[in-house]
Every structure is written in structure tokens, then in C-alpha cells.
Design a protein around this ligand. Structure first.
Ligand code: SF4
Length: 194
């Protein structure tokens, strides 16, 4: 067990996050109306994997998880816009899944053994894109990527924009990287440290 949980911020950065911040669980706002957006208007990922609605337990369960959480470790991955809207899109989401899951494992190794990671996007596209179906949903086996696949924050109604604001980061989808003169976008992840 480490005494200083801020070391987890460093681990998240080492794992590839552009920014990471350790917040109070009270900073995580959960809204049913946000979770409902997965169904209407229907996200293409809806019902495609075990990590997205209607196959995740939703806002009420997430609020319960927060009551058991000591720290909310919020992560942000900034990537150039061309990568996120182009052929590399799913690869970028895969990287996010890896950062979140590796940081969750780090938290567990430090003694927060019930820590749970959540990522933006759907594991069906980023981790199982070459398959026609989710193995778990099809009932043909267990998850192909248990060490990496983490549920979508959207399905639990997490207000990601609010998290960005509390962490002190821009909520704008596009972020100008003036030094590089390229336009950047961001993706978010969250580890409930407990
Ligand atoms: S089998 Fe693939 S799509 Fe299904 S939960 Fe695992 S990673 Fe996601």
C-alpha cells in the first residue's frame, strides 16, 4: 500500500495519459439523462458489447460505486484530430483502453484492490473490430480481452465535461496545440480508486 495516492497520477502519465488528476469522488457527476443518450439517439455501439448499454448496470450502480471510492483518477488522452476521425480512430480508442486498464492494475498493485477503470468509446470497435460479434453477448465464450476491455463511462451517465472542468482542463472538444500548429481532440478515462 502506498501512502501517497498522487503517485497514481505519475503512473497514469507513464502509461500514456496526456493529463491525469486525482479528484474527490464527489467531483464525479452522474446523470441519468446522459446515460439515456446511448439509447436515444441511438449510439452505433448500443447493444454491441458487454461494456455498453443495455448491458451495463447504469447510473444507480455507478453512484453506489462512488460511495465506496476513495479517489477518482481522471485521465485525458489528447490526439491529433486527423487520427481520431481517420482510419486510426479505433487504434486510438484501443490506446485509451490500455491506459485505463494499466492504471487500474497499478492502483490495485498499490493496495486499492477494488479499483475499477472506465473508458470512453466501445471495446467492440477498439478491441474486437475484426470480429462480427462480442463473444460474451453471443454466449460463445468469455471476453477476448479481459485485461484491457473496460466499460464505457457514457453508459453510466458520467458527466465527462464536468470532470474536465473540475480537473482544470478545457471542455472544448477541439484543443489548439499552437506549438505544433495542429488541432487536437481529447478522450477521457476514469479509474475509481478504492
Ligand atoms: S469480447 Fe470483445 S466486444 Fe465483448 S466485452 Fe470483450 S472486448 Fe468487448
Amino acid at each position: 500500500m502506498i501512502n501517497d495516492p498522487s503517485q497514481l497520477v505519475q503512473r497514469a502519465l507513464e502509461n500514456g495519459a496526456t493529463h491525469a488528476a486525482l479528484l474527490s469522488p464527489d467531483a464525479v457527476e452522474v446523470e441519468g439523462r446522459l446515460a439515456a443518450f446511448c439509447r436515444d439517439p441511438r449510439c452505433p455501439c448500443f447493444g454491441q458489447s458487454m461494456s455498453c448499454p443495455p448491458n451495463v448496470s447504469g447510473p444507480a450502480t455507478f453512484r453506489e460505486k462512488l460511495t465506496q471510492t476513495q479517489y477518482a483518477l481522471v485521465l485525458r488522452l489528447e490526439v491529433d484530430t486527423a487520427s481520431l476521425i481517420g482510419e486510426e480512430r479505433q487504434e486510438v480508442f484501443k490506446v485509451l483502453q490500455q491506459i485505463v486498464s494499466e492504471t487500474e492494475f497499478a492502483a490495485k498493485s498499490y493496495g486499492f484492490i477494488n479499483s475499477e477503470g472506465f473508458a470512453g468509446g466501445s471495446c467492440k470497435g477498439s478491441l474486437c473490430g475484426e470480429f462480427d460479434y462480442c463473444e460474451v453477448l453471443a454466449g460463445t465464450g468469455s471476453c477476448r480481452n479481459p485485461d484491457t476491455a473496460r466499460p464505457s463511462m457514457s453508459g453510466y451517465g458520467v458527466n465527462v465535461g464536468k470532470l474536465m472542468k473540475v480537473a482544470g482542463w478545457s471542455q472544448e472538444i477541439f484543443t489548439e496545440a499552437f506549438e505544433q500548429e495542429i488541432e487536437m481532440m481529447w478522450l477521457a478515462g476514469l479509474v475509481l480508486v478504492k
